[in-house]
Design a protein around this ligand. Structure first.
Ligand code: 2AM
Length: 187
C-alpha cells in the first residue's frame, strides 16, 4: 500500500487557514488550480511510497519508537510559498527543528523497516494547498498568504496515512487518505 507519515493540524487551525485560502480563490487563475481537499490538508513528514504488507509490523514498531523519543512541540501555520510554478503551499513556524527531527526519525524508521526511501529531497515543511500544470502565476497567491499567521498548537501525535490514488482519467478526482496508524509523541 502507498503510505506517508504526517502531522495533522487541529481543525480550528485548519479553519483559520481556510479563511486565508478563501481569499485566494478570488485571484486570477484560481479556477485553473487543482486545490487540495480541505479535509485532506496535512503536513507530510516522510513519503514512503508503495510498502509491502510484510514490512508493516516492523514499520509500526519503529514509528512508535520514533514518536516515543520525540516530545510534543509547538507549531503554527505561517505564510505560504511555492515550489516553482507547480505547487502552492502554506508554511509553518515555531519549533520547526523538532518537526524536522521527527521527519528524519520517520524517514529512518521506514528505511530500517526495509522501505527503500530512495528519494533524497531536502525536507521542506509545507502544507500543499494547490497544484498547477496550467502556467498560473503563483506569486500573487504567495503574496496574499504572506500576512497569514495561524494560532499555535502542540503537535502531540504522528500519523501513518494510506493514500489511494484516483482512477486514472477521472477529472477532478484526488487521492483518498486513510489514517492507518497513530502514535502519541513522548509516550
Ligand atoms: P505534497 O504535499 O508536497 O504533494 C501524499 O502524497 C503526501 O506525500 C503529499 O503530501 C505529498 O507531498 C507527499 N509526497 C512526497 N513525495 C511524494 C511523491 N514522490 N509522490 C507523491 N507524494 C509525495
Amino acid at each position: 500500500m502507498r503510505l506517508f507519515v504526517a502531522v495533522l493540524p487541529p481543525a480550528a487551525r485548519l479553519a483559520e487557514l481556510g479563511v486565508a485560502v478563501d481569499e485566494l480563490h478570488t485571484l486570477p487563475g484560481a479556477d485553473r488550480l487543482r486545490w487540495a481537499g480541505r479535509d485532506d490538508w496535512h503536513l507530510t513528514l516522510a513519503f514512503l511510497g508503495e510498502v509491502a504488507e510484510d514490512v508493516l509490523p516492523d514499520l509500526h514498531a519503529r514509528l512508535a519508537r520514533a514518536a516515543h523519543r520525540t516530545p510534543p512541540f509547538g507549531l503554527r501555520l505561517h505564510a505560504g510559498g511555492r515550489f516553482g510554478d507547480r505547487v502552492l503551499w502554506a508554511g509553518v513556524a515555531g519549533t520547526t527543528d523538532a518537526l524536522r527531527l521527527l521527519a528524519e526519525r520517520a524517514d529512518a524508521a521506514a528505511r530500517r523497516a526495509g522501505v527503500p526511501m530512495d528519494e533524497h529531497r531536502r525536507y521542506h515543511p509545507h502544507l500543499t494547498l494547490a497544484r498547477s500544470r496550467a502556467g498560473v502565476d503563483l506569486h500573487p497567491y504567495v503574496e496574499s498568504l504572506a500576512g497569514f499567521e495561524g494560532a499555535g498548537w502542540e503537535v502531540g501525535e504522528v500519523l501513518l496515512v494510506r493514500s489511494r490514488l484516483p482512477v486514472a482519467g477521472v477529472p477532478g478526482e484526488t487521492p483518498r487518505y486513510e489514517v492507518v496508524g497513530r502514535w502519541g509523541l513522548g509516550v
